[in-house]
Design a protein around this ligand. Structure first.
Ligand code: THU
Length: 132
């Protein structure tokens, strides 16, 4: 199924998710929303911990929802900060997103949607494990 992302809907969904963030240590709430290839919209927020290094990024939370709600491939993702401005996913989260969307996944940036192959070039992924 080919889907055209509704970026406005992804933006409002990511903002709504950011309002649920548990970020008492950084005071830096993050929200993220994603379009799945079956049309589903999923979202996530960051969830921090008193043991600081254990905090979960919003993309981790969204990835869990992806799998728990039936899996599928990510088509488009949009991440925001507390102002609702587009936020760059951290390196670890780019890897998480790559696993479920691959090189064609679109990420919204201030310069417009960009492919994961641009955001995370020459990514390590499931295919590499097949080359044993
Ligand atoms: N954060 C995310 O949730 N996603 C990112 O891609 C970047 C950083 C969170 C982690 C932490 O709770 C807060 O932002 C400040 O780093």
């Amino acid at each position: 199924m080919t889907l055209t992302p509704d970026w406005q809907l992804l933006h409002s969904t990511a903002i709504a998710a950011s309002k649920k963030a548990y970020a008492p240590y950084s005071n830096f709430p993050v929200g993220v929303a994603g379009l799945v290839n079956d049309g589903r919209i999923i979202s996530g927020c960051n969830v921090e911990n008193a043991s600081y290094g254990l905090g979960l990024c919003a993309e981790c939370s969204m990835t869990s929802e992806l799998v728990m709600s039936g899996g599928g491939r990510l088509v488009a993702v949009l991440c925001v900060d507390a102002q609702g401005d587009y936020l760059a996913p951290c390196g670890r989260c780019r890897q998480l997103l790559f696993e479920h969307g691959g090189n064609e996944l679109l990420l919204m940036t201030p310069d417009g949607p960009m492919k994961m192959s641009t955001i995370l070039p020459w990514a390590f992924g499931p295919d590499d494990l097949d080359r044993k």
